[in-house]
Write a protein that binds this ligand. Structure first.
Ligand code: GTP
Ligand code: MG
Length: 336
């Protein structure tokens, strides 16, 4: 069922804020009252995950509590987050609350396992200029707002724009084509322009903060993941530093996706690979670091007669495969 055919109002119901009630907070921990929790927040520690990875000494310093209290709190947070091993059945249960976001094309959704983008995962799209990376991101930013039965997650989107490619007009156009209220759709997309890689990294904390305040964010788009890193660490001798920083960023991204059950879509450029003599001589920026951190990697390119090709690469649970889709006024669709 193509989404563009649905003409009824989809963005009508306001996406409400609401604290994620099940999620434990800092003050649920032994020895952490409101005063200590405030101190921790001042030190940038907002959630259990940030606390769980601390040492008793660093927590003691940050919160002004004894090492014994700190140790107990860390232990408790680790237990609450179940940071140890879990059996396979338990693991499967944890994955039950995964949600999906349709790309707008059934064929593209199928490529990603049947239901489009997946929460708790990073999906990376790489490809040449004009291959459709941004268009896919904009379409997802609209579709995440659809109700569950229409392939959405009834949530908001955070769009981190590093290149100034976010186009409100285009978003409104896509929204209109699927029968949603364009103004409302636009209001549910929080856009931030990242001016350099440090700023890009800092914005993740902002996202955590918004979620803590109850914003129902279900999708994060980072367009582009690598451009700043690539520009800032251009020299050959800087490659190791770049990769290390990029690695840390991806790690933080994954943590955010896991902790808050968010789907993450990142775009990545390609560079010419002169060593490759056959096929498409392009390689994704960031190489193995980005490849290993992404749960799904999709290579996008232009196809024949105005079509687009998406090719899944190195997926942990899906066969490598490719499919044809189109980009039209309605965003990503099955048929032009
Ligand atoms: P870079 O960011 O430059 O690396 O490229 P990208 O991969 O992000 O490309 P992008 O998603 O911006 O794709 C741009 C292409 O999408 C254009 O060349 C058009 O072919 C197509 N496109 C964008 N808007 C429309 C539209 O309204 N209608 C149609 N039919 N195609 C569109
Ligand atoms: Mg782009």
């Amino acid at each position: 069922m193509a989404i563009k055919k649905e003409k009824e109002e989809t963005g009508e119901e306001e996406i409400k804020k609401g604290k994620e009630s099940k999620e434990p907070v800092l003050t649920d921990l032994p020895g952490i009252g409101p005063a200590v929790s405030a101190k921790l927040e001042a030190a940038g520690i907002y959630d259990l995950m940030s606390l769980a990875v601390m040492t008793p000494v660093s927590l003691g310093d940050a919160a002004g509590v004894s090492a014994a209290v700190a140790r107990k709190a860390i232990q408790a947070s680790r237990e609450m987050l179940q940071l140890g091993f879990v059996d396979g059945a338990e693991y499967a249960k944890k994955r039950e609350n995964i949600h999906n976001i349709t790309t707008g094309s059934k064929a593209f959704d199928d490529l990603l396992g049947g239901r489009g983008l997946e929460s708790r995962a990073i999906t990376e799209a790489f490809g040449a200029f004009g291959s459709g990376k941004t268009q896919v991101g904009l379409t997802l930013a609209v579709n995440v707002q659809l109700p569950l039965e229409k392939g959405g997650a009834n949530g908001k989107c955070v769009f981190i724009d590093t290149e100034g490619t976010f186009r409100p007009v285009r978003v409104k156009q896509i929204a209109e084509q699927i029968g949603a209220n364009p103004e409302k759709v636009l209001k549910n997309i929080m856009v931030a322009r990242a001016f350099n890689s440090d700023h890009q990294m800092l914005l993740l904390d902002k996202v955590s903060e918004m979620i803590r305040e109850g914003e129902p964010i279900k999708l994060m788009v980072i367009d582009s993941l690598t451009a700043h890193f690539r520009a800032e660490f251009a020299g050959r001798g800087q490659l190791a530093d770049r990769q290390q920083k990029l690695n840390r960023y991806l790690h933080d991204l994954m943590k955010l996706a896991e902790t808050h059950n968010i789907a993450v879509y990142v775009t990545n450029q390609v560079m010419a690979n002169p060593a490759q003599m056959f096929g498409d001589p392009t390689t994704a920026i960031g190489g193995h670091i980005v490849g290993h951190a992404s749960t799904y990697r999709v290579y996008l390119r232009r196809g024949k007669k105005g079509s687009r090709v998406a090719k899944l690469i190195d997926s942990p649970n899906l066969p490598d495969n490719e499919t044809i889709y189109y980009i039209t006024e309605a965003g990503v669709v099955d048929e032009a």
